[in-house]
Design a binder for this molecule. Structure first.
Ligand code: APR
Length: 320
């Protein structure tokens, strides 16, 4: 059987890391696409030359023409710019919205059956715009945020409890940004919910609150340290986890920015919710019940995403 084809739209920091991870995990043959000439070709060649040591056979190709992504099974989108000092959120929105238009049209024309994972920020608005511009089915276009936010939460919790990250499960809902909603009640260590661990004296509510805030600020903390860029290792790993769930029909339950049609009280927009990813793309959304405090946080997060979508419609009236 032919290997699956994975197209990476954007060959920057995350794109290059995605290519390397996909090759090492032998998920398929890889096309790195970018508007910058030479960058995808150079990264493809560099990664291909790690094949003999790693022992993978994936074919790596760099491209500047959308025709090269033809028939891709998975597309992962990182094309765009990251927010730079002095740039407003609206400036960023305007620039990346234009990028989503060209990417959405390119994917729809050349890889209309692909499962598409968007990483470009501001995530919840960009994945919505990408879906609108491509016209592809909602269940095949999804945003990567919750897996990363949950991974950050799980990492911080494992340090606090001095236990394996594998035994920490965590649950983060809502938009990808300051208003994301980490749900302590649904987050566990070996099945023990976090509020119980507070009662058991394993941690304090203050420490837990600080960890939740650090999770919310997870991206900004790394930008502050790197100074010239944003996180790329963990974002790439998170998207690869989602791509693998689709390609191998794993039916993983992963928090993703998915299109809600009434689930969790959200209609007609993308927001972070618990989903099942398998060969059908987003196969199911878990319509969980929240308590009043959680619902209030979630509503605030949904309103923030609605604001971004409204700004997109103002910038590009064809989306209205
Ligand atoms: N089509 C294709 N590629 C594009 C386009 C376009 N229209 N516009 C820009 N690019 C490419 C750039 O040439 C660059 O190589 O997108 C790439 C982005 O790479 P980086 O700047 O290194 O950004 P990265 O760290 O990979 O993050 C990408 O993911 O997490 C988000 O906020 C982050 O939006 C950003 C995105």
């Amino acid at each position: 059987m032919a290997r699956p084809k994975i197209a990476l739209i954007g060959a920057g920091q995350i794109g290059g890391t995605l290519a390397h991870l996909a090759a090492i995990k032998e998920l398929g043959d890889i096309v790195l696409f970018d508007i910058a000439e030479g960058t995808p070709q150079g990264k493809a060649l560099d990664i291909a030359q790690s094949g003999p040591s790693e022992g993978f056979d994936a074919v790596m190709k760099g491209a500047n023409d959308y025709a090269d992504i033809a028939g891709a099974d998975v597309c992962i989108v990182t094309a765009g710019v990251a927010r730079k000092p002095g740039m407003s959120r609206d400036d960023l929105l305007g620039i990346n919205l234009k990028v989503m238009k060209s990417v959405g049209e390119g994917i729809a024309k050349h890889a209309p059956n692909a499962f598409v994972i968007c990483i470009t920020n501001p995530l919840d608005a960009m994945v919505w715009a990408l879906r609108e511009f491509s016209g592809m089915p909602h269940n095949k276009i999804v945003g990567m945020a919750g897996v990363l936010d949950s991974a950050r939460f799980r990492h911080f919790l494992s340090v606090e409890f001095n236990c394996s990250m594998r035994d920490v499960t965590a649950f983060v809902l809502g938009g990808h940004g300051d208003t994301m909603v980490p749900l302590a009640r649904y987050s566990t260590v070996g099945g023990i919910p976090l509020p119980d661990l507070v009662e058991m004296g394993w941690t304090t509510q203050d420490k837990l609150d600080a960890i939740i805030q650090r999770t919310r600020d997870g991206g900004a903390e790394i930008v502050g340290l790197l100074k010239t860029g944003s996180a790329f290792y963990a974002p790439a790993t998170s998207a690869i986890e989602m791509a693998e769930a689709y390609l191998k029909d794993q039916k993983r339950m992963l928090p993703c920015a998915a299109y809600c049609d009434g689930e969790l009280g959200v209609k007609g927009m993308y927001v972070g919710v618990p989903t099942i990813i398998g060969a059908g793309g987003i196969e199911r959304i878990a319509d969980i019940k929240m308590n009043a405090a959680e619902q209030a946080m979630f509503d605030k997060s949904v309103a923030a995403v609605q604001g971004l979508v409204a700004a997109c419609k103002e910038i590009d009236p064809s989306l209205a």
